[in-house]
Write a protein that binds this ligand. Structure first.
Ligand code: GLN
Length: 429
């Protein structure tokens, strides 16, 4: 974490004053938090781990940050990520890598690896992350903490440095489910500054544990999944069944299209979103003979390899002549994937799956092979394509390779409260 002691001390002093004055304290008064460096915090450095935004200071808070500030949270600093939230290991940061505090030879996951590591190392009580395809859930799993990717629209995206706008959400990360829920309650809600944000208008049904049905999607337990992770997840389902929960195997028949579909749609959106970093409007600017030279030099020097790869992929997929064959097809596949979830949730209340097909890998192991890195998200990305919420939590007492094992609970749109309810029951197993 890149600490900002002066700002934290200033906030802490205000809380001390409120306590001394006998004032009623806000929900998160004095609670130390860390914010992923892709979510704007007023007066902080906001780099998105990119050289192109080195020394960029924001004049505004992201809405989620403003809400935490109102509740009295103290911001200790910024957490590292993969540049512009593209990656799965926090090795793609332009500044430094982040190590997993549970085993410093391993990655903490990504892209919210800095937030997960800061919580696991006890540097803060909670953190904000963002999740386009697994960036809250996979690092939470790798570092043994809890993280929620909210329903699309449930938390304002205002002030999140945009990567792929139709998929990403800001979400809470914490040591346990209770803390995660408190932070979620603080940041959720409709925001006039984000036209895609909503407050659900319908009542959210509640249930009494164990009166629920859980689906085990068979496509998430096939080839490529570490056998010990599989065992740990299925054992958890078995324990729930013993308590009276109904467990049934179900199918998400289009699951195999999620990864190719994601890697067309996400780079396409990224190529459009990142066009603004051109040396004229934001961030660093390199001097050159003419305007084209400024663009080329600024982007050439300021953006990392993975970011450039995605801009090229996205620009290609959106270009005339290829649009129908790639982008439009991917959007159709996305609809099928979304329907799979809708059909599943007509039969069951939740889905239980692994978060990652493998345990935290070694630093350097996948960095030179983008395809291997992309496979990290094979169980998390379809959730963003469908817009549904999902929580990642460590399976109680489970260890594989001496590291915690992540469990993913997926629910229908706006079922966050029910997910927390189930997650707390699992914590008690
Ligand atoms: N690892 C995925 C990617 O590289 C997800 C990233 C994210 O959720 N921000 O796109």
């Amino acid at each position: 974490m890149q600490a900002s002691p002066q700002l934290a001390l200033r906030q802490a002093k205000e809380i001390d004053k409120a306590i001394a004055g006998g004032k009623k304290l806000a929900l998160l008064a004095g609670i130390p938090a860390a914010i992923k460096d892709a979510i704007l915090v007023k007066d902080f450095n906001n780099t998105a781990a990119s050289l192109i935004l080195e020394n960029f200071h924001s004049a505004q808070d992201a809405t989620a940050v403003a809400k935490l500030r109102e509740e009295g949270a103290v911001f200790l600093g910024r957490t590292n990520l993969d540049e512009f939230a593209m990656g799965s290991s926090t090795e793609h940061s332009a500044y430094k890598i982040t190590r997993n505090p549970l085993d410093v030879e391993r990655v903490p996951g990504g892209t919210s690896g800095g937030s997960a590591a800061a919580i696991a190392a006890g540097e803060c009580v909670f953190a904000l992350g963002s999740d386009t395809g697994g960036s809250i859930r996979q690092p939470a799993a790798f570092c043994g903490v809890v993280g929620l990717k909210p329903t699309y629209g449930r938390v304002s995206r205002y002030g999140l440095i945009a990567h792929a706008s139709s998929l990403e959400q800001i979400g809470p990360m914490a040591k346990n489910v209770d803390d995660c829920e408190i932070v979620f309650d603080a940041i959720a809600g409709q925001d006039p500054k984000d036209s895609t944000s909503v407050d659900p208008e319908f009542p959210i049904s509640n249930f009494q544990f164990p009166n629920i049905k859980i689906g085990i999607p068979k496509e998430y337990f096939g080839r490529g999944l570490d056998k010990d992770i599989k065992k740990a997840v299925l054992e958890t389902a078995g324990k729930l069944e013993k308590q009276g929960v109904k467990i049934e195997e179900i199918s998400l028949p289009n699951a195999e299209y999620a990864l190719p579909c994601y890697y067309i749609i996400v780079p396409s959106e990224a190529s459009a979103n990142l066009a603004r970093f051109d040396g004229i409007r934001y961030g660093k600017s390199e001097k050159a003979e003419n305007l084209f030279g400024v663009y080329a030099k600024t982007r050439g020097r300021g953006l990392g390899e993975e970011v450039k790869r995605r801009i090229m992929l996205g620009t290609f997929a959106l270009s005339s002549g290829y649009y129908d064959a790639y982008y439009l097809k991917a959007q159709k596949a996305r609809t099928l994937i979304k329907r799979d979830f809708e059909t599943a949730f007509e039969k069951v209340d939740f889905l239980l799956t692994p978060v990652s097909p493998f345990q935290p890998f070694k630093i350097g192991e996948k960095i030179n092979d983008p395809l291997k890195m992309y496979l990290s998200d094979v169980y998390t990305i379809s959730i963003n394509l469908a817009g549904v919420p999902a929580l990642s939590m460590p399976i109680p007492k489970a260890k594989v390779e001496n590291m915690p094992v992540g469990l993913q609970i997926i629910g229908p749109h706006f079922s966050e409260k029910n997910i927390f309810h189930l997650a707390k029951a699992i914590e008690q197993l």
